[in-house]
Design a protein around this ligand. Structure first.
Ligand SMILES: [Zn+2]
Length: 162
């Protein structure tokens, strides 16, 4: 490797274990299938969605108690349908334990929809010159000056928090 490119360069993208469309990079820098393959990125086209072999296994939300403590363990063997995308998904045992521990209701949306909603809540990767809302010093922030959020400079933030 010392005499060839491998020692000094990133690994060839074709050696990566995941498809480009499975990574967070594809959310910020989306590529079409052809563009990704041209750059030697792998692509994951296999669906991980549960197959609905038996339609009677699909639960309606009216059948599921809203109170997580009343949800039975057998829910991990059932298939749920997303109320937004109508895609099937399952709840894992670990998820169920997490929701029970934190007294949270079962999610009614497919994991991809939940991920997309979280992604849309993040500020875009762009910096704005704005003023601190406490002392007025000029600074960079992902929130523009006309944003509804209060943004403090590092000094004011640290003074407020500590
Ligand atoms: Zn300040």
């Amino acid at each position: 490797m010392q005499g060839t490119w491998e020692r000094w360069e990133f690994l060839n993208p074709s050696m990566l274990p995941f498809g480009y469309n499975e990574t967070n990079a594809s959310e910020y820098f989306p590529l079409t299938r052809e563009e990704a393959l041209t750059r030697w990125y792998k692509r994951q086209d296999k669906s991980y969605e549960p197959a609905i072999m038996d339609i009677t296994k699909v639960l309606k939300w009216e059948q599921i108690p809203a109170d997580i403590s009343k949800v039975e363990e057998s829910i991990v063997n059932e298939i749920l349908i997303c109320e937004v995308s109508w895609r099937p998904y399952k709840i894992t045992k670990q998820e169920l334990e997490f929701y029970r521990k934190h007294k949270l209701p079962l999610p009614k949306k497919h994991p991809d929809i939940r991920h997309l909603e979280r992604l849309n809540k993040r500020p875009w990767r762009e910096l704005y010159v704005r003023n601190c809302d406490k002392c007025g010093v000029e600074m960079l922030s992902v929130y523009p000056q006309d944003s509804d959020l209060k943004v403090y400079c590092e000094v004011c933030y640290n003074r407020e928090v500590y």
